[in-house]
Ligand binder design. Structure first.
Ligand code: ZN
Ligand code: ZN
Ligand code: ZN
Length: 319
C-alpha cells in the first residue's frame, strides 16, 4: 500500500474513516488512489452510500450511490444474522484491498465484467438452501463462502487442508487470477503460458479430485509455490497471480515505510526475498507465525516473472 495521509499530515490506514489526529473525515478516492480529507466536516466529499452503515465502506462514490467496489457485490450474506454483518465488513475490506491492487497495477476493473457473491452454506447456517458453497470463479463471478470471514472457521479449514497460509485477501487475490487469465493470456502468449504452467484445457474436475485423493507430487516444492498449485495448470496460474499481488503489495508498503529504497523493475523478486526473510524474522521475534511461509524456487520465479511481464505488456498496450 502506498503512503496515505490526512490533509493535516497524519499518516492514516487505508480503512480509516476519520483522522485520529485532527478528526477530519477521510475517504479513499479510487480514481487517484489517494486519501481525501474534508476541510470542514460535511462539505463536499461524495461518500459511498455504504458509509455509516454496514459494511462501513470508506471510499468515495463520485457518481453517487455506492462506490465501484461496493457496486461489484452481487450477493451478500443475510444481515438479519448479526455475525454476517461482521463477516460482510471483513469481506468488503479484503475486496477493497484487491480492487486497490488491480487499479494500482493499471488493470481494468469493470463492474459489468467482474462481480462478487458472498454466501453461506448449511455447514454454518441451517437456514440457507445450499449444502456446499465452494470458493471459486466462473464467468466473471467470484464466490467466497462468507464463513471464511470468521477466524475460527478459516483456521479449521486451513488445518484441514494442510495450508501454511489462508486469508480472506489471499482468496480474493487467487480468484481474481482466474478472471484475469483470460484478459492477459491472449493467443500470442498462450504457448509461453502452457510451457510454464501446463495446458489449461486439462480436465479440471478430474485433476482436482486427483489432488485431493493423492496429494501433491513428491517434488512439488521445487516446481510450485504451494501444494494446491500442483492440482491443475489454472490453479498454478491463480496461485502465482495471488503471490504476484502479495509481493507487489508488500514491496510497495516496504518502500512507503522507508524500509527499502524504491525497487528497480528488474529486481522486484530479489528485493522481496530479502524483505520476506526480514519480515519473517520480525514476526518470529514477536512470537508470531511467519508472515510469508513460502519459498520462491527458480522455477516458481520464472512463473512470477511471466505474470509480471503480462501485466506490463497489458499496461503498455493501453491507449
Ligand atoms: Zn488529520
Ligand atoms: Zn463502498
Ligand atoms: Zn483457483
Amino acid at each position: 500500500m502506498r503512503p496515505l495521509s490526512c490533509r493535516c499530515g497524519q499518516a492514516v490506514y487505508f480503512d480509516n474513516h476519520r483522522c485520529g489526529h485532527c478528526g477530519r473525515a477521510l475517504a479513499f478516492d479510487a480514481r487517484t488512489l489517494s486519501m481525501m480529507s474534508e476541510e470542514t466536516p460535511g462539505s463536499g466529499l461524495a461518500f459511498c452510500g455504504n458509509r455509516g452503515r454496514d459494511p462501513h465502506c470508506n471510499w468515495l462514490a463520485p457518481d453517487g450511490g455506492v462506490c465501484v467496489s461496493c457496486s461489484m457485490s452481487r450477493v451478500i450474506p443475510a444481515l438479519s444474522k448479526a455475525v454476517n454483518r461482521r463477516r460482510w465488513r471483513r469481506l468488503e475490506y479484503a475486496k477493497r484491498r484487491l480492487i486497490y491492487d488491480l487499479l494500482n497495477l493499471g488493470l481494468p476493473v469493470d463492474p459489468d465484467r467482474l462481480e462478487f457473491v458472498f454466501k453461506e452454506d448449511r455447514r454454518t447456517n441451517p437456514d440457507v438452501s445450499e449444502d456446499h458453497v465452494a470458493i471459486g470463479h466462473r464467468d466473471g463471478v467470484i464466490t467466497i463462502n462468507a464463513a471464511e470471514a470468521d477466524e475460527v472457521y478459516r483456521e479449521e479449514m486451513r488445518q484441514a487442508m494442510n495450508e501454511p497460509y489462508r486469508t480472506l485477501l489471499g482468496h480474493f487475490r487467487h480468484e481474481s487470477g482466474h478472471h484475469y487469465f483470460d484478459q492477459l493470456v491472449d493467443d500470442d502468449m498462450r504457448a509461453q503460458a502452457r510451457a510454464l504452467f501446463g495446458d489449461e484445457r486439462a480436465d479440471y474436475d478430474a485433476a482436482i479430485q486427483r489432488h485431493y485423493d493423492r496429494g501433491p507430487p513428491r517434488d512439488w516444492q521445487q516446481r510450485y509455490i504451494s501444494a494446491y498449485a500442483s492440482a491443475h495448470p489454472m490453479e498454478d496460474w491463480a496461485e502465482c497471480w495471488a503471490h504476484y499481488l502479495h509481493i507487489q503489495a508488500a514491496l510497495e508498503s516496504a518502500v512507503a515505510m522507508g524500509w527499502q529504497p524504491p525497487v528497480p523493475s528488474g529486481d522486484w523478486r530479489e528485493s522481496f526475498v530479502t524483505l520476506a526473510i526480514g519480515l519473517n524474522e520480525l514476526v518470529r521475534s514477536l512470537g508470531l507465525p511467519d508472515a510469508y511461509p513460502f519459498v520462491i524456487t527458480p522455477e516458481v520465479g520464472r512463473k512470477l516473472d511471466f505474470v509480471d511481464a503480462l501485466v506490463r505488456r497489458f499496461r503498455t498496450r493501453q491507449p
